[in-house]
Design a protein around this ligand. Structure first.
Ligand code: SF4
Ligand code: SF4
Length: 199
């Protein structure tokens, strides 16, 4: 994430039609990249799965979550220049030979209503909305972006998704910064050994 000013690339200026074709390709495989998880995602999913308390969240983390690297460009109000901060965040741990999301069942998302923001906001992530090359790179992987059928998303709707994504990332960054980038302060249920494993 690099900027608070979210620009929309020319190919999206007039909006697009998009509907997921349920191929499941973005829910499996190393090529698909990481599925980032934020606190709201975890708590919503845990509630949906009837997981409660510190012990429940700890087991949830052990089974479904991994620690991954993240970065964020930020300029403190009193600083002359901004800089890119690097820190830890959480993402889904994939499973099986094809490295699929635990919640992908028969090629469908079994937690569709409660899926993380990153899954819900695709394909309107800031890095795709602002950069045509990124959008085209994902188009090669996503059948929904190849057929461009279904629900129409206006320029404003697309920008709103990208802005919401920026806000979620920014808020996580600010919380981490407040805690001196100690992820265990933000997620106290996280088993310490998960950090050592990923280090
Ligand atoms: S790759 Fe595209 S069409 Fe396939 S499941 Fe993901 S969003 Fe849907
Ligand atoms: S939560 Fe659902 S949409 Fe997201 S990666 Fe897993 S199976 Fe796919």
């Amino acid at each position: 994430m690099t900027s608070t000013e979210i620009k929309i690339s020319k190919n999206l200026e007039n909006g697009i039609k998009f509907s997921c074709q349920m191929c499941g390709d973005c829910c499996r495989g190393f090529e698909a990249g990481e599925v980032y998880l934020y606190k709201d995602d975890i708590l919503r999913l845990a509630k949906f799965l009837n997981i409660t308390g510190m012990k429940g969240l700890r087991n949830f983390a052990k089974k479904y979550v991994k620690v991954i690297n993240d970065s964020f460009f930020w300029k403190d109000p009193d600083a002359q220049r901004g800089k890119t901060y690097r820190f830890k965040t959480l993402g889904f741990r994939f499973t099986g030979e094809d490295e699929h999301c635990h919640f992908l069942k028969d090629n469908k998302c079994s937690v569709h209503e409660m899926r993380p923001f990153q899954c819900r906001s695709f394909p309107f992530w800031q890095m795709m909305v602002s950069n045509r090359n990124n959008f085209e790179r994902y188009t090669k992987k996503c059948k929904g972006l190849q057929v461009l059928k279904g629900k129409y998303y206006s320029r404003e709707e697309i920008l709103n998704w990208a802005k919401d994504e920026y806000e979620i990332e920014k808020n996580y960054f600010l919380e981490m910064q407040k805690h001196n980038f100690d992820i265990l302060k933000v997620y106290p249920f996280l088993p310490k050994e998960m950090l050592q494993k990923e280090a």
